[in-house]
Design a protein. Sequence first.
Lengths: 138, 297, 547
Amino acid sequence: MPTAVRPVRIVVAKVGLDGHDRGVKVVARALRDAGYEVIYTGLRQTPEMVVDAALQEDAQVIGLSIHSGAHMTLFPAVVEELKRRKATDIIVFGGGIIPDDDITALKKRGVEEIFTPGTPLQEIVDWLRKRFPESATK
Amino acid sequence: MRALARAITLVERRDPSVRNLEDAIRNDARVPGVTGFTGAPGTGKSTLVDSVVTLLRGQEQSVAVLATDPNSPFTGGAILGDRIRMQRHALDPKVFIRSMGARGHLGGLSLASREAIRLLGAFGFDQVILETVGVGQSELEVAAVADTTVVVLTPNLGDSVQMIKAGILEIADIFVVNKADLDGHGRAVAELRTMLNMAPKAVWKPPIIPTVATRQEGVEQLWEAILAHRRHLEKSGRAKELSERRLRDETAEVAAELARDRTRRALQEDPTLTERLLKDGTPYRTAEEILRTRTDN
Amino acid sequence: MKVRARDAKEAWREEFESSPARDDGIETSTISGIPLEPLYTSADLPRRAEEYPGQFPYTRGIHPSGYRGRLWTMRQFSGFATAEETNRRYKYLLANGQTGLSVAFDMPTLMGQDSDAPTSRGEVGHCGVAIDSLADMETLFEGIPLADITTSMTINSPAAILLCMYIAVAEEQGVPASKLGGTLQNDILKEFIAQKEFIFPPAPSMRLVVDSIEYCAKEVPKWNTISISGYHIREAGSTAAQELAFTLADGMAYVDACLERGMHIDDFASRLSFFFDAHIDFFEEIAKFRAARRIWARWMRERYGAQQERSWKLRFHTQTAGVSLTAQQPELNIARTAVEALAAVLGGTQSLHTNAMDEVLALPTDKAARLALRTQQLLAYETGVASTIDPLGGSYFVEALTDEMERQAEAYFKRIEEIGGVIPAIEVGFFQKEIADAAFRYQQELEQKRRIVVGVNEFTNADEESIEILRIDPRLESEQAERISEVRRKRDQAKCSNALDRLRRAAAGTDNLMPYILDAVRAYATEGEIMHTMVEVFGTYTETAVV
């Protein structure tokens, strides 16, 4: 039996308390249109909930969005939770209003990539394609 | 939990190791109860499933939910959003939620869900709920797998009539009219009852259960109806009949899948065969020849 | 004469069509996608009687004297960190000529939870000021006489609680509620539609809104009980017409709910106020503001039968579009904000917030906040735009666009009615889908460079200089948690839990909840405790996912 190529699965979540979901929805649509399976878990997810969803869904990627300014607390908390659940193979990227200094710090703490407002959607897709070259997404 | 999640992925991908899984869990006697939920978008189906999960958790039963959403026919991508409705069960280790794209399963959704259900049984889940949006084909595939299929309608969407036109009547074991607190609820139930009365007489007459899923109302009655339907299946011998038929159907599906793969591979590996096929234009003869002469290694 | 005019138009048309057009591929429609003619003429003017400001249907403004009578209120939204620090910022802004306060709360406060709740971690004091109990509110307005200023509070699900805290602080200052002026955002419908800061399901949420409107009509008569907001709908990615239509539809839903409660239209209509976005598409925005007044006046008079003129007048606050600001070359945001603010003024706004250039990066620094306020002062005092009422009235283009806005809004009202009203439309995700579609369409236009954002997809700088931004001290979280436990320690425990018990019982019944909430606030129950008490009765809401 041959193996069907399954689309890369991405859990997309809004962590923190803010409800600004325009960006996260636009990104979710763009990822769908690029052939990914996006599991949208909605608003106000705690790091524990995000990681739990990623494990149940057997996702390879977690995409986080935040606009409330709590990224320095919550993004690393997701990475820590992945370590605790021994699932560090799942990679984390994030988006939102995040100053440059914080981006450097977040990458040091295990967040693979940060996309700020104004990033072309194609840039996010290209990054994923580079990160998962083995998965054809068509 | 990760092992289970990984195993379901293998099932979805039809990975060769699935056969080994089958051997490993074949003799496991645990068979979870399987209930399908289908309904148009906006009927509150996910909320209803969520409230059924709440009820079952109150009875100390463990529950797995397999939620299916359509994939884009163009890119294969999908946005799967059913988890949002089940947040109150997040972090409950006895609740497992898995979103599935309707595509991306060789052999179709029903094949993948049957295997997944077996896995979930082996992992100790008491109940499995299949949830799918009632557009397209996926609700038929769900009905083919579930013991009991619940069709969810609402009074306000004018969907009851349309759903019945779409042939939902045949797959429904139970009707739920959700959002029973809305105006027009009584009329929707009455219309539905008239239509059911016009349908050909059957041994099982689908009950109509009003619910307000957002307030957990009517959920116990719904679960009672699901159990009554299961008892009916057992008592009438229909349960045995169904499970035998499903095994036969599933075997036929797997056989078709194997044959398809074998044929594709043969055509790929054997240029002269392909050349002859293209020249003569004889798919039947070529297929028969391949199946007769070739074996899997 | 007439024949010659037509000849001239045709001659222009011929020449226009034979001249080469720009081939940069950039859209000529409005940012919302309304197709535009290259030229508007008297033929595009609607045939209607001459309109005047201060007269029905108020297209040209609600005041007969425009800004000659009174300038708009310059109301800068601000708040950050602790009540103490925000109090200092307020005194600074008032000393610099600001004429009203506008409180920004932090996310835990907006979501009705205390600073020491586990899900508040990392959020305390970031997007606004942290208010947990009456004690914080006392600090926030310390030394600011509430009888002399008006205060706007951007708060929704827990709006009733914060209003009660304000009333309680005023009591302590010796100011009776009847003297208080200000605005409560209190618009829960747009939360379900766009900003998503909902807690209770729609029905109890609406009950709380109507409770506060009913209470204020009697006890706090100068208070604007609700600010029906299009701002967040627009910021979530809607078009201008969607912002206009959904906001006014929300307004009518509140009117319906109040009428259902048994209130009389003229007893509350004049205290309803609106809040719009001023986006970057200059003329479209002006048309939107003008259309809003006209539509509202007509619906209030004709559909709801309001008798008093003040019930027909749509008053609104405007904020320049946060979503139009860019992190790239942030100084450009000053120019964007100035253009947007000008549109708000030409559209006849009653009050205005201009965004600071660094708001896309973080909360504004003192300097950025001052520049934003100065931009308004520049418009008011240097440019002369405040001298003439509705200066664009009669413009072929603006009048035609105003009519188009009105037409599109009416078409949306029809669709919403077909679904069964605003709340059913929320439940099936109608608004959310329309907005998500519009946002996605715009994003694609940007990617294809059919729309240009300077510094983002064109005219970019290779290396961006970073600007100074305001940082919130992470220690603040534990300090604020300490303040709460002090409040909990010092208060009269029995009095507090009795007040909460009474509130719980009242919530299960049909009484107006405002007096019960006020009692709980006075007993120093925290915001989180009061919300939790109501959640026990009302439950919480999860939205239909519309992506």
